[in-house]
Design a protein around this ligand. Structure first.
Ligand SMILES: Cc1cc2nc3c(=O)[nH]c(=O)nc-3n(C[C@H](O)[C@H](O)[C@H](O)COP(=O)(O)OP(=O)(O)OC[C@H]3O[C@@H](n4cnc5c(N)ncnc54)[C@H](O)[C@@H]3O)c2cc1C
Ligand code: SF4
Length: 456
């Protein structure tokens, strides 16, 4: 019995829309995949793999025998929003799956999706019934996965919770970053509605520190949870950066999400008919590739400074560590070109103040004994010109600035990596990317849950 490879809708079909790219697994496929999990001796997946500690073998055993209700009870006991993680999680658990020692890991994420989707379709996911209130109030600043998880946990424990969100809708990057073809926004709305029905209040279109001061909030609430994410994208300060047609990835992705969500009608940045260069080889870059292809880009190239990772797990990350190896997103299978060792040196003007091309040199890397790239030099005479009239910068985030309004108002400190330090003695807590740097949805949820446990 092997891992199923064909889990996507056909490329030609999915490029026509922004619906989720993954197809649902058939019942017999779910059973066969769950059975693969049952051959395990000692499971490492939930101990050293899943940040939420999902009890994966037990969930899979229940799903495999068709006991969906029990599978759901187990899954929901450790995870607040498995409908999100089962769609966007890179499945850290699968990196430590015992099957992965000598064959391909169990499809843990897809099994999780089958369990949560079955639970929703059977009406088992209901708003929490909070028996009594403890008289304490919490303001959660930021409605991303960390803020929503903290709100859910604290509300269930009897706190009166209000989530303040700068955007028109809660969801954070789930709603205003990750494309619909990975996560349908109706799922985010459905979860927010359940939280609302359970007693969480939402105050959107409200940027704390600008529309309302943090101190005003601090006077009215017993506890403050800062879950504001990492708002500052990393820039590429090279000659020509000021030219038109060069945008941060999030500006591009967010625009598409807002159009699909009905918040606006025109894309602020469109790839239609453009030769697109995406700088940054990670997930955000891949999301730009998929979005640009759907918008009708003439060509798409994704450039990464780092060398191409090995096809198999690198010896620098032995099992059960998360493997350093090549990852291919669904968007990469849809078109475009990927190039590694690509050091962009200059943006070229088209003579009218817009970008026309990139000058890119080849990076020559030195590797550590374990095979990890450590430093690079530019290969002599390797510079080439790549035509591009839309450039998307997808090089990660720099963390929170010490100049951020809320950081100054609450007199918090920020470390060298832009992570806000909490001040629990003053009832100020920090969760998610704001606390740990840009990371993953699953870690943000785990962190929000932790806040709930600490405050209870
Ligand atoms: C394009 C993109 C794709 C990604 N894809 C994946 C993926 O596939 N899988 C994965 O696991 N992770 C992915 N990530 C990372 C993941 O989205 C983040 O790690 C996660 O959303 C962090 O959650 P958070 O709640 O800490 O912050 P965020 O999701 O950033 O939410 C923070 C919220 O706080 C609000 N806010 C900020 N300041 C204020 C203020 N002063 N007042 C009120 N509200 C405020 C913001 O508007 C935002 O809604 C992706 C990230 C990006 C950018
Ligand atoms: S949340 Fe992510 S790491 Fe945890 S079980 Fe699901 S897919 Fe695996």
């Amino acid at each position: 019995m092997e891992r199923i490879q064909d889990i996507y809708r056909p490329v030609a079909e999915r490029l026509q829309d922004f619906q989720e790219v993954e197809r649902p697994l058939l019942e017999k496929e779910i059973r066969s995949q769950a059975e693969r999990c049952m051959n395990c001796g000692i499971p490492f997946c939930h101990g050293s793999g899943c940040p939420l500690g999902n009890v994966i073998p037990e969930i899979n055993a229940a799903a495999g025998r068709g006991d969906w209700r029990h599978a759901w009870e187990l899954l929901s006991s450790t995870s607040n929003f498995p409908e999100f993680t089962s769609r966007v999680c890179p499945a850290l658990c699968e990196g430590s799956c015992t099957c992965g020692l000598n064959e391909e890991p169990v499809m843990i994420r897809q099994l999780e999706k089958a369990v949560v989707d079955t639970a929703f379709s059977n009406g088992w996911v209901v708003p929490p019934k909070v028996e009594s209130r403890n008289g304490r109030t919490v303001a959660v600043i930021g409605g991303g996965p960390a803020g929503l998880a903290a709100a859910d946990e604290l509300n269930r424990r009897g706190f009166r919770v209000t989530v303040f969100e700068a955007f028109p809708h809660p969801g954070g990057l789930l709603r205003y970053g990750i494309p619909d073809f990975k996560l349908n926004k109706a799922l985010v709305e459905r979860r927010v509605e359940l939280l609302r029905q359970g007693g969480v209040e939402f105050c959107c279109n409200t940027k704390i520190g600008e529309d309302v001061s943090g101190m005003w909030l601090a006077k009215r609430f017993d506890e403050i949870v800062l879950a504001i994410g990492t708002p500052s994208p990393r820039d590429l300060r090279i000659p020509g950066r000021e030219l038109g047609g060069i945008h941060f990835a999030l500006e591009f992705l967010r625009g598409q999400n807002r159009v699909i969500g009905g918040e606006c009608t025109n894309l602020p940045v469109s790839a239609a008919g453009r030769r697109v260069a995406v700088i940054g080889g990670g997930d955000t870059g891949a999301d730009c590739v998929g979005t640009a292809l759907r918008q009708g880009a003439r060509s798409v190239i994704q450039l990464e400074l780092m060398p191409k990772p090995p096809a198999e797990r690198s010896p620098s990350t032995p099992w059960p560590m998360w493997p350093y190896q090549l990852r291919t997103a669904s968007s990469h299978k849809e078109g475009g070109e990927r190039r590694w060792n690509a050091a962009t040196k200059r943006f070229v003007d088209n003579g009218q103040g817009r970008v026309a091309a990139l000058e890119v040199a080849e990076a020559e890397w030195e590797f550590s004994q374990e095979g990890r790239p450590v430093r690079f030099t530019e290969k002599p005479d390797s510079t080439v010109r790549l035509e591009a009239d839309l450039v998307l910068l997808a090089m990660g985030f720099t963390g929170v600035s010490p100049e951020e309004n809320l950081v100054r108002e609450f007199e918090l400190s920020v470390d060298a990596r832009g992570r806000i330090q909490p001040a629990p003695e003053r009832h100020i807590h920090v969760a998610g990317d704001a606390a740990h740097g840009a990371s993953l949805v699953v870690r943000a949820i785990a962190d929000g849950r932790q806040i709930g446990r600490v405050l209870a």
